[in-house]
Write a protein that binds this ligand. Structure first.
Ligand SMILES: Nc1ncnc2c1ncn2[C@@H]1O[C@H](COP(=O)(O)OP(=O)(O)OP(=O)(O)O)[C@@H](O)[C@H]1O
Ligand SMILES: [Mg+2]
Length: 227
C-alpha cells in the first residue's frame, strides 16, 4: 500500500532549520490497521500530512501503491489524494452551512457525477454509519460522535483505499470514542480499507492491529497487537 524509506522533514525559520522527521522507515500493507502514538511534537501529524500528500518531505522516498510520489506535480498529487485517500480529523471540519448529507457528498462535487447520484450515494453512506435519520441536520445540531460519523462517511464517499485519521477520537468521550473505533474496525475488516490513525489514547492504540511509536522524529517501536 505504502512504503516510506529514510524520510526527513525539516522546517526553516529564518536562519534556523528545525528537523522534525529524522529518517522514517515504514511499510504499510493493504488491509493494515495501524496506530501511531508518541509524545506531543514528535512529528506524527507531520508524517501523516506527508503520507496524505498534503505536504512534501525534505528528502527520502515515499511510494504510494508502488509509485514514488516525487514523480508527480501538484495537480497530479491533488488528483491522487482525491481518489485514494480519505481524511478524518479531531475537529471534524464539517461545513456548517451544509446539512449532513451535503457534507458527505461534497468530495464528489468535483467529479462528473449527477446531483441525484451524489445524494443517493451520500444517503447510502450515512445509512452505513447509522446516521440516515440525521441526514438533514446541520453540524451544529449533531453531537461530536455524530459529527465524526458524518466526517467518516465523507472520507469514504470517494471509495478511498486508505483512511488517514489524525486523533479521530480526540474530542470524544470514552464511550463514543469506542463506537468510532468499532466503526473503523468494521470498515477495515469488512471492506479491507487500510487505516492509519494517530492517537494519544492507549485504549485506541491497543485495539488496532499494529502499533508504532514515534519519538522525536523517529519510529522507535513497531509491534503487532495480539488480540
Ligand atoms: N508548518 C509547520 N511549520 C513549522 N514547524 C512545524 C510545522 N508543522 C509542525 N511543525 C513543528 O514540527 C514538530 C512536530 O509537529 P507535529 O504536529 O507533527 O507533532 P505531533 O506529533 O503531531 O504532535 P501532537 O501530538 O501535539 O499533535 C513540532 O515541533 C512543530 O512545532
Ligand atoms: Mg498532531
Amino acid at each position: 500500500m505504502l512504503k516510506i524509506q529514510e524520510l526527513y522533514k525539516s522546517y526553516t525559520f529564518g536562519n534556523t532549520i528545525v528537523p522534525v522527521l529524522k529518517g522514517i522507515n515504514l511499510e504499510v500493507k493493504a488491509g493494515d490497521f495501524l496506530a501511531i502514538t508518541g509524545t506531543s511534537g514528535s512529528g506524527k501529524s507531520t508524517l501523516m500530512n506527508i503520507m496524505g500528500l498534503l505536504d512534501k518531505p525534505t528528502r527520502g522516498h515515499y511510494w504510494l501503491e508502488n509509485k514514488e510520489i516525487v514523480h508527480y506535480n501538484d495537480d497530479e498529487l491533488a488528483a491522487i489524494r482525491n481518489q485514494k485517500i480519505g481524511f478524518v480529523f479531531q475537529s471534524f471540519y464539517l461545513l456548517q452551512r451544509f446539512s449532513a448529507v451535503e457534507n458527505v457528498g461534497y468530495p464528489l462535487i468535483y467529479r462528473h457525477i449527477s446531483q441525484k447520484e451524489i445524494r443517493h450515494r451520500s444517503m447510502e453512506m450515512l445509512e452505513k454509519m447509522g446516521m440516515a435519520d440525521r441526514a438533514k441536520h446541520h453540524p451544529n445540531e449533531l453531537s461530536g460522535g455524530q459529527q465524526q460519523r458524518v466526517a467518516i462517511a465523507r472520507a469514504l464517499i470517494g471509495k478511498p483505499s486508505i483512511i488517514l485519521a489524525d486523533e479521530p477520537t480526540g474530542a470524544l468521550d470514552a464511550h463514543v470514542s469506542k463506537q468510532i473505533i468499532d466503526l473503523l474496525l468494521e470498515l477495515n475488516q469488512q471492506e479491507g480499507i487500510t487505516i492509519i490513525i494517530i492517537t494519544h489514547d492507549a485504549n485506541v492504540a491497543k485495539r488496532c492491529k499494529r502499533h508504532v511509536i514515534m519519538e522525536e522524529g523517529i519510529l522507535t517501536t513497531d509491534a503487532i497487537n495480539l488480540h
